[in-house]
Design a binder for this molecule. Structure first.
Ligand SMILES: *[C@@H]1O[C@H](CO)[C@@H](O)[C@H](O)[C@H]1NC(C)=O
Ligand SMILES: *[C@@H]1O[C@H](CO)[C@@H](O)[C@H](O)[C@H]1NC(C)=O
Length: 178
């Protein structure tokens, strides 16, 4: 692996927003050492890709401040990062799907913090045309996996559907019920 790191011209680090800043700093020191070059990352090019609207480093039992402190933007290496933006939604551009276009705009409004927050709860309300709403977990399961008894061995049917959740606990609970 050391030989590969010495020979590399570019190292691509995807979903970098979830990485701990210490991991990037360790890579910096390792490359300086292996490449015998005191310049940043031993003069290898590092391409970080990710979207800071998404998940930051997960630190068990931490506060928001701990997560922000662990984030790459809090690293002393961040000042050397040159920022480039990708602004074309390729799913919309390639498939020409107008509902996907509307959805991607709504997602950006939420991600950019432009949707009004209710004062009492601190929560946002989704626009009414954002998605299909259900009122219970059971209804969600029946919408996404209707008649699972007949379909559970059909790999194509299974590959076309999924329920995502933010926490492993909710995933396990849903899997157990399904
Ligand atoms: C590392 O670089 C220094 C300065 O360029 C040089 O003097 C030294 O011989 C190099 N060491 C190795 C192991 O290549
Ligand atoms: C997408 O749809 C628009 C309007 O229907 C059309 O003018 C355009 O050529 C389409 N683009 C692609 C890549 O299919």
């Amino acid at each position: 692996m050391a030989k590969v790191l010495v020979a590399s011209k570019v190292i691509i680090w995807d979903e970098c927003t979830m990485a701990h800043k210490r991991a990037l700093e360790a890579l910096d020191r390792t490359l300086k050492d292996l490449r015998n070059d005191s310049r940043c990352f031993g003069d290898a090019m590092i391409l970080l890709s990710g979207d800071f609207r998404q998940t930051l480093p997960v630190i068990p039992k931490s506060t928001v401040a701990d997560e922000i402190n662990a984030c790459l933007k809090s690293s002393n290496l961040w000042r050397y990062v040159k920022k480039l933006q990708l602004v074309t939604n390729m799913r919309v551009a390639l498939v020409n799907d107008t509902s996907a276009e509307e959805f991607s705009k709504q997602l950006l409004l939420i991600g950019n913090g432009r949707v009004a927050v209710e004062e009492s709860s601190g929560l946002i309300a989704f626009p009414s045309n954002f998605c299909n709403f259900v009122s219970s977990k059971d209804e969600l399961i029946n919408e996404v996996f209707p008649n699972i008894i007949a379909n559970h061995k059909n790999k194509k049917w299974l590959s076309e559907r999924a329920i995502l959740a933010a926490k492993n606990k909710d995933v396990n609970d849903l899997n157990f019920v399904i």
